[in-house]
Write a protein that binds this ligand. Structure first.
Ligand code: CUA
Length: 161
């Protein structure tokens, strides 16, 4: 079989690319570089009732003044709801799911993460603008996915409440 010289070059380029991409995926996996974007923390989704944090998901102010919001997502709601937090202070959200994959997007902000069963997703965000925000689930999670919304109320309570 006669393969044109240039065709042969491009075949090897294509093969080279496949090798590079495959090596990248395998390398990332083997070196544990593939993980949730925030941090790696697991939790038994069937035992959230026994979790001190997630059995009663709520907004808590730590001793150092930072605000932590623990959220459980499940078909088809977020808990707590509404979520009330102060403006101009770092708010750490900790999300998990009691059933299937859900999204947690605070519309109009860059706060957006997945709530996955078995994992705790965490991110920290500061809201400069007080007001009412809609939280939407942006992962299809079932028949009433489109109804899965929550409310975030950002209260203007001064920078050092
Ligand atoms: Cu939860 Cu879509």
């Amino acid at each position: 079989m006669n393969v044109e010289f240039y065709e042969r070059i491009w075949m090897w380029v294509a093969v080279g690319l496949i090798v590079i991409f495959t090596a990248t995926v395998v390398g990332m996996g083997a070196s544990n570089a593939v993980h949730p974007p925030s941090h790696m923390e697991t939790i038994d989704p069937g035992a959230l009732a026994d979790s001190p944090e997630f059995s009663n998901p709520s907004v808590n102010v730590r001793a150092d003044g930072t605000v932590v919001v623990s959220v459980v997502a499940q078909m088809f709601s977020f808990s707590p709801n509404p979520i009330e937090v102060p403006a101009n202070r770092p708010i750490t959200f900790r999300l998990t799911s009691a059933d299937v994959d859900h999204g947690f997007e605070i519309i109009g902000t860059n706060a957006n993460a997945m709530a996955l069963p078995g994992y705790v997703s965490q991110f920290t965000v500061t809201f400069a603008n007080p007001g009412e925000y809609t939280i939407g689930c942006n992962e299809y999670c079932g028949l009433l996915h489109h109804n899965m919304v929550g409310t975030l109320i950002v209260k203007d309570s001064g920078a050092s409440r």
